[in-house]
Write a protein that binds this ligand. Structure first.
Ligand code: GLY
Length: 394
């Protein structure tokens, strides 16, 4: 049971957080630092799902695809927050985040791929994104181990990376140092809602009272019992298989984040080289497949043949929490006191600083910052009502 609240805590809401990933720990950290009593519940070890599986790319520019223009401003705003956020979190936790700002290089594996790369480059330039077109030779001067067949490249100096696993550990530490309580291996069985108001969570068959509940359970956020349909964030798991190789950290074969057709490659300072990722609509299927891993290795080898000699470190599967429009779902729900932070799709690490600041500000002040106004669950309301009506007529 929680400790008795201090005088300062009595003036702040008590908060139960469902999910101890980057969102849950980060928002919990801000709330605990502001004097709230905060309890984060995770059904396993905190931060070991999508937050751990990610590659940590802060790639607002190169990852923007046609149709994602409304999300771009949010991504760029969060990206701009990253350097200060990293510094603040490192100070709060004494854990280095491995932020790297060499930039991101996107390459065409062969002459045939160059036309497609050029189209993507023109699209990004039409959005005023700062990118530099390179010949194959210029790309190889930046990353000398690129394959001789690489025929062109685009350099995005503003797209950086951070070690997402260090980020998880740092948020966990900062949250607990701020006075938050972490309950690991403690699944939330349901969110208790009475008279359209959140009252707490059910844990181990008992009510855990809270003034506010934050639902931040990633791809599992849709399936928590007790939440009325209009407040259930419509997210699904989007499976990704990944692996890592091991470089000699004293002689790394590359420094930039590298993208090629069907692959991204992310070098860490400790020599870990991350290769990702498949994109599969397979529900919560945890299988690593020969085909999935083969295609990642083949695509990586096409642009960086030196990987052939590197030992395999680890292989894993993660589940992106993906909403219907690939954008996050942040802030209020139709249930008073129930707040959501999920649906970050491919951008969870990138959007961490903005999500953490904006959602915690909303929970403390009751006013959603302008940047997240259009990313609420209410944007799905019409479609949810229509779906419910169609279902009742069947
Ligand atoms: N942002 C990288 C991925 O989702 O695979």
């Amino acid at each position: 049971m929680p400790n008795a609240p201090t005088d300062h805590q009595k003036t702040r809401p008590t908060v139960a957080v469902v999910g101890g990933g980057i969102c849950g720990l980060g928002i919990g950290w801000r709330l605990a630092a502001a004097g709230c009593r905060v309890d984060v519940f995770d059904r396993g070890v905190a931060g070991r799902e999508a937050s751990w599986a990610a590659a940590g790319m802060l790639a607002a520019r190169v990852e923007t695809e046609p149709g994602e223009e409304p999300l771009l401003a949010l991504n760029l705003e969060s990206q701009a927050m990253w350097p200060d956020f990293a510094q603040e979190l490192e100070a709060a936790s004494d854990i280095a985040l491995g932020y790297r700002d060499e930039g991101t290089l996107v390459v065409a594996a062969h002459r045939d791929d160059a036309a497609e790369l050029r189209n993507t480059y023109e699209f990004h330039r039409s959005l005023d994104l700062d990118m530099e077109w390179l010949t194959g030779g210029q790309a190889r001067r930046i990353e000398p181990h690129l394959a001789p067949g690489v025929s062109a490249g685009v350099l995005s100096k503003g797209d950086h990376q951070v070690d997402n696993r260090q980020l998880v550990l740092a948020l966990r530490d900062a949250f607990m140092r701020a006075g938050g309580t972490l309950h690991e291996n403690t699944p939330v069985e349901a969110i208790d809602v009475e008279a359209e108001q959140a009252k707490g969570v059910q844990v181990g068959g008992r009510r855990f009272d809270a003034d506010m509940v934050l639902l931040a359970a990633g791809a599992w956020s849709y399936d928590i019992d007790g939440v009325p349909p209009a407040a259930r964030p419509p997210v699904r798991p989007l499976k990704g298989q990944m692996l890592s190789l091991r470089m000699d950290p004293r002689a790394p074969i590359m420094d930039h984040v590298l993208w090629g057709p069907g692959i991204y490659i992310v070098p860490r300072r400790d020599g870990t080289l991350i290769l990702g990722a498949t994109v599969e609509e397979k529900g919560f299927d945890t299988d690593l497949t020969a085909g999935g891993i083969f295609r990642l290795l083949e695509a990586a080898w096409e642009i960086l043949p030196q990987i052939e000699e590197l030992p395999i470190n680890e292989m894993w599967v993660g589940f992106r929490p993906t909403s219907r429009d690939d954008a996050p779902i942040l802030g209020a729900t139709p249930v008073e006191g129930l707040v959501v932070a999920t649906g970050h799709h491919r951008n969870g690490v990138l959007l961490a600083p903005l999500t953490i600041d904006a959602v915690s500000a909303f929970m403390l002040d009751g006013v959603a910052p302008k940047s997240i106004e259009t990313f609420g669950i209410d944007r799905f309301a019409v479609r949810q009502t229509q779906t419910a009506n169609a279902g009742s007529q069947e």
